[in-house]
Every structure is written in C-alpha cells, then in structure tokens.
Design a protein around this ligand. Structure first.
Ligand SMILES: NC(=O)c1ccc[n+]([C@@H]2O[C@H](COP(=O)([O-])OP(=O)(O)OC[C@H]3O[C@@H](n4cnc5c(N)ncnc54)[C@H](OP(=O)(O)O)[C@@H]3O)[C@@H](O)[C@H]2O)c1
Length: 189
C-alpha cells in the first residue's frame, strides 16, 4: 500500500479564531515576524501545498508544487508545470491524493473552504496553529464549524480542537515575548 503523506494544516489565527478579516487580508500584514519566520521554515519542509485560488494568486510561487482549488477549470488542469488547478465541487478526492504519491509532507494553506474540504473528508493529520494576540471580531474562521467561533482566551481553542477531533501535543509554545503562541494538534486515533 502506498504511504499517505502527512497532511498538515498550517495557519495563523487571531485570538478569536479568524485567519483573515476578509478575503485578501494576508497574514503578512498582521502576523508577527516570528510567526512568519516559523511559517517560512515549515514551508521549506513541505513537498506540496493545497490552497484556494485567492491565496494562490496573492502569493504566487512558480517553483512550489501546488494544488489550487477553483471552480474555474472544467477538468483538472496543469496551469504551470507545478500548479494543478481543480474544481473541488467534483469527485476529485482521488485526483488530489494521487498527486501526493511519493510525497511525505503536504501543507494546507487556506482559505476556510479548503480547510473544510479536508476536515470533512477526515484527511487532516496535523494542525499547526499560531495564534496572534489580536482580536478581529469577525472575519474568515479557520473552519466554518459550530465548534469554531468567538474565542476570548487561548485556552478555549484546545477544547474546541478536541471536539473537532484533534488533541494538542507538547502544550502551548511562545513564539515571541509579545504573546504569539504556537500549538500542534494531532488527529485523534
Ligand atoms: N491566516 C492564515 O493562516 C491564512 C492562510 C491562508 C490564507 N489566508 C488569507 O485568508 C484569506 C482567504 O480568502 P478566501 O477564502 O477568499 O481564499 P481562498 O480559499 O484562497 O480562495 C477562494 C477561492 O478558492 C476557490 N475555492 C476554495 N475552496 C473551494 C471549494 N471548497 N469549492 C469551490 N471553490 C473553492 C474558489 O475559487 P473560484 O472563485 O476560482 O471558484 C474561491 O473563490 C486570504 O486573505 C488569505 O490571504 C490566511
């Protein structure tokens, strides 16, 4: 049997659980330098990434292997030698997973509907979450899910993740002195 790569959702959220205030609101404009360094280090360790069209176009990287979700292509389409565009409304799970044969690590990079697509299919192994000490009040959540909304303290995130099927491992790590935290959650066995 072919080994499935580890699929890691890598994200930074506000304290209240949002990945952006609105579509187009990029983490580079509000996340801390330490978080961004951490993100870039982790991305260098990834073989593939998956993201929605907006995230792909906002951070175009010709040399990175990517699956891009979009309703635009009628069928799977390689738009560059490294970028496969797919319409996730179709029956494409096997096509997505086939790309990762031989890979050991895949990053999920947003937005929310991409996270939901993988969560619904039970395909996420690890969630690596940075939390910045900012409150957005509204915006695009990490997941569109009843269990995920309106946090006021970081320790509310851990039980919410447990309800989504992920347990924290290694506790809460400080990324800097300003309150940016990092947590790793693993899918419950
Ligand atoms: N904080 C973080 O860690 C983090 C991570 C990543 C992104 N972001 C930010 O979060 C925001 C995300 O915005 P967004 O939600 O508009 O971005 P997005 O998911 O990157 O792009 C949305 C587009 O992707 C396609 N798509 C994604 N999932 C789909 C699905 N399940 N079914 C059909 N189409 C799907 C659609 O493309 P078509 O319109 O072509 O059909 C949709 O309009 C951006 O500002 C980005 O910078 C934050």
């Amino acid at each position: 049997m072919t080994e499935k790569p580890i699929i890691t959702l890598l994200a930074v959220t506000s304290l209240d659980g949002y990945i952006a205030k609105h579509s187009g609101h990029a983490p580079a404009t509000w996340a801390s330098p330490e978080e961004q360094d951490h993100f870039l280090t982790r991305m260098d360790q990834m073989d593939w990434s998956v993201m929605g069209r907006v995230t792909h176009e906002a951070a175009f990287r010709p040399n990175r292997k990517r699956v891009v979700f979009s309703t635009l292509p009628e069928k799977p389409e390689w738009r560059t030698e490294n970028h496969l565009w797919l319409n996730p409304d179709g029956n494409i799970q096997d096509t997505v997973m086939d790309q990762f044969v031989g890979a050991s690590s895949v990053a999920l990079l947003g937005g929310t509907r991409v996270h939901d697509w993988f969560l619904e299919r039970n395909l996420i192994d690890v969630i690596e979450l940075s939390v910045e000490p900012v409150v957005f009040g509204a915006g695009l959540p990490l997941f569109w899910h009843d269990q995920w909304s309106g946090f006021q303290r970081i320790d509310e995130i851990i039980p919410a993740m447990a309800k989504l099927g992920f347990d924290v491992e290694g506790g809460v790590r400080a990324l800097n002195m300003n309150g940016t935290k990092l947590m790793r959650f693993f899918r419950q066995k």
